[in-house]
Design a protein around this ligand. Structure first.
Ligand code: SF4
Length: 659
């Protein structure tokens, strides 16, 4: 009997039209948990580094996290893993909504696609009846629209549908997969889905997910719900409003956008508007939001309501959460009304709301500076807003200059040449980052940006305050009920952290403290991604309801695996290292691990070198960032070191993990 997981995957060969239900090995659950962990194992085993994103041999895996489908609040993430066309590294994007629990209830933990369908198709999973169906009539349809059409066609209003829009069909490198009010957007996974000729996956499940010790498990669920109430009633003082509570940053509920609009960059990550948020702007933006926001909505089994339905007169209703509310507005230097309008179209086209606005702002900057010419931009409208709509259309259709831009700023700049690379100034590992340009080096974020393989900083940060509280009293107050820390030393790190003076950036937190903090942050995100937990209830907020002390209990009573904090930490380290190993085998090295040059004005090359050296050592990686033979052995990953040695990767590196 398998608990929490079903013990079965669906294997779909799109080239042959073959469908198999395959039993999985329970030993893998002990070692890699589920979700991202077992996805990484499958990609390591079956996708060698010679396989490129658009090869039929690339896999596209949709996984329900290990605890999805159980009553654990907010545990609803689908983890989509593949090789990214943009980075040629492993992409693992998560989406919330309802899809993953439905898959579990249909009787499967993962759907693994290989090959390519000659015609556009969709997969229909109706409990144990699974079929590949023609989707030629859905060609060109929007991501959300496709879901509606499939539900009507199947006469199954409760089917959950994950679909791509036109961008995915046309293999735009930043194409997303849309589902409900959520999307899996980073790394171009929608392009891989389009390349495979797969328009959508619809799923309906009416089965059960079994729990090993239901009474204990439900008691834990109740404790979490109780704590959510406490935290909702007691927001954290002294931090920006969107971080005071729980959930994914509450930008649908909260209209105060002073922090984002004045701290983040506008245009092509160029302009900081420090005095932007005036009373008039606040009034106008609040009115805009309240006029179009019809209701707040949640993902499966969660009371937080982070998303909202947006109904703009004349446009189809769509759903939105989080920072995508502002990305188009700020890239176009426009207003919220414009941002919400273009978001509707972008959601249907199925594009990533972080990368897309930056790609368009980048193109306009190139045009303004004579690098792109009138010939390149023939037909460009005269107003800024119209230009963004025009560019979005060209990109998702890969028409004219849109065909170049559809590969993202890194690849587009290379193709355009004439100095365009200077304008693609906001990338890490060939991928557009949040448009942030700051003053003083932040050593914690330096490490996260450099070594993160999740690509989005919002998917790495959390747990530890982003800035020190100004007074000792505030810090003492904060640590009083900070029981989520994995070790008491983190409280001291925070207590001694000052805004100015000796114990401030860039030399405090010290290098060793930064390693501890980043390791904790990363560990919690990786645990979430294996369990299917929403980061908004665990790794992202301050003082979350899920943490390193209660997760092992959830796993023990839910899955029936004997789990404690040390074992969980080791498991997370194991599959985190495996993700790194996949990327190392694909060529990633130290030279790739750096934030954009202009991310901070004040840089400290020696300190940055020390940070990276020390963190690599701390993680058991050598000076090139390659996991050492010893650390791989300790994690039971000898098969990785054998492969590295065979390929000359470990021999090719000069040093082991020694400072
Ligand atoms: S916290 Fe928000 S984003 Fe997370 S599961 Fe709940 S509603 Fe969804």
């Amino acid at each position: 009997m398998r608990y929490a997981e079903t013990g079965f995957n669906l294997e779909i060969d799109l080239s042959r039209g073959n469908i198999e239900r395959v039993e999985t090995d329970p030993r893998d659950t002990e070692l890699y948990l589920g979700g991202l962990g077992t996805n990484a194992k499958i990609i390591w085993d079956r996708v060698p580094p010679e396989v490129e994103a658009f090869s039929p041999d690339n896999l596209l895996i949709f996984a329900a996290g290990l605890l999805c489908g159980t009553p654990a609040t907010g545990c609803n993430r689908t983890i989509v893993s593949t090789i990214s066309p943009q980075t040629n590294l492993m992409a693992f994007s998560m989406m919330g909504g309802f899809w993953a629990p439905e898959l579990k209830l249909a009787g499967y933990d993962k759907v693994i696609f290989r090959g390519k369908s000659p015609n556009l198709v969709y997969l229909w999973i109706n409990n144990d009846k699974v079929e590949i169906r023609d989707a030629s009539h859905l060609q060109g349809k929007g991501g959300i629209e496709t879901g509606e059409l499939i539900r009507q066609e199947l006469k199954e209003p409760r089917a959950q549908v994950a679909a791509i829009g036109l961008a995915g069909e046309n293999r735009v490198y930043f194409a997303s997969i849309e589902q409900g009010h959520s999307s899996a957007s980073r790394g171009g996974i929608g392009a891989v889905m389009g390349d495979k000729g797969l328009k959508a996956i619809a799923v309906r499940g009416t089965g059960d997910v079994y729990i090993a010790q239901p009474d204990e498990f439900l008691e834990l669920c109740d404790e979490v719900l109780e704590y959510i109430k406490v935290r909702e009633e007691k927001p954290i003082p002294g931090v920006m409003p969107i971080l005071a509570g729980l959930g994914s940053p509450q930008e649908m509920k909260i209209h105060d956008e002073k922090w984002h609009t004045e701290s983040f960059m506008w245009g092509n990550s160029r302009h900081r508007r420090r005095d932007f948020w005036t009373e008039e702007v606040e009034e106008a933006w609040t009115a805009t939001m309240e006029n179009v926001q019809t209701r707040l909505i949640s993902c499966y089994n969660c009371p937080l309501k982070c998303a909202a339905t947006i109904s703009i007169p004349g446009l189809p209703t769509y759903m939105m959460k989080c920072f995508s509310k502002l990305t188009y507005t700020m890239a176009a230097m426009s207003d919220l009304d414009f941002g919400l309008r273009i978001s509707q179209l972008a959601t249907e086209y199925g594009v990533d709301a972080f990368s897309t606005p930056q790609v368009m702002a980048f193109a306009l900057e190139l045009y303004e500076n004579g690098i792109l010419t009138d010939d390149d931009m023939s037909g460009l409208p005269s107003t800024n807003e119209e230009r963004f709509f025009w560019l979005l259309d060209r990109i998702v259709r890969r028409e004219g200059i849109g065909d170049v831009l559809a590969n993202g700023t890194y690849w587009a700049a290379k193709e355009i040449g004439k100095g365009a690379e200077e304008y693609a100034h906001n990338n890490i590992k060939k991928h557009e980052q949040l448009p942030l340009k700051l003053s003083m080096l932040n050593p914690i974020y330096f490490l996260m940006y450099s070594t993160g393989e999740k690509i989005s900083i919002t998917q790495m940060e959390g747990q530890f305050p982003q800035m020190p509280f100004p007074t000792r009293e505030e810090r003492e107050e904060f640590v009083k009920d900070w029981f989520q820390v994995p070790d008491e030393k983190f409280k001291q790190y925070l207590l001694d952290w000052e805004l100015r003076g000796e114990n401030s950036f860039p030399y405090y937190p010290t290098v060793q403290m930064c390693c501890d903090i980043v390791d904790w942050q990363e560990r919690m995100h990786y645990i979430d991604d294996a369990l299917g937990m929403c980061a908004g209830l665990s790794s992202f907020p301050l003082k979350p309801p899920y943490h390193i002390h209660n997760f092992p209990k959830f796993i023990s009573s839910g899955v029936g695996i004997d789990m404690d904090e040390a074992k969980l930490t080791q498991a997370a380290k194991r599959y985190r290292t495996l993700v790194r190993a996949i990327n190392i085998r694909r060529g990633m090295r130290r030279k790739d691990e750096k934030p954009p040059e202009n991310h901070w004005k004040k840089r400290f090359p020696e300190l940055e070198k020390e940070l990276l050296d020390t963190y690599y050592f701390f993680k058991g990686w050598n000076k090139e960032g390659i996991p050492t033979k010893e650390s791989l052995h300790e994690l039971g990953l000898d098969y990785v070191s054998e492969d590295f040695i065979q390929r000359g990767i470990l021999e090719a590196s000069l040093e082991t993990a020694q400072k």
